[in-house]
Design a protein around this ligand. Structure first.
Ligand SMILES: [Zn+2]
Length: 74
């Protein structure tokens, strides 16, 4: 039980950090730009996943390359 709570907290913290990073990118004008290819991430994707750093193509490639990311890609 404690392990489960710990996992939840870690995930929340990760999400919080991702949102903080998104806010920083918004300030610097980089928000919504894919960090890999430099193209627009896309409004629909950002709406569903506001902390997205990559467009869907790069995200899929990243997950294939690094694997093990349980977060569903949108
Ligand atoms: Zn991209």
């Amino acid at each position: 039980m404690a392990d489960l709570e710990q996992a939840d907290m870690t995930r929340d913290l990760d999400e919080y950090r991702a949102l903080e990073a998104a806010r920083e990118r918004l300030k610097s004008g980089e928000y919504g730009i894919c960090i890999d290819c430099g193209n627009d991430i896309g409004y629909e994707r950002l709406k569903a996943f506001p902390s997205a750093l990559r467009c869907i193509q790069c995200q899929e490639r990243h997950e294939k390359t690094f694997g093990g990311n349980p977060r569903p890609s949108l």
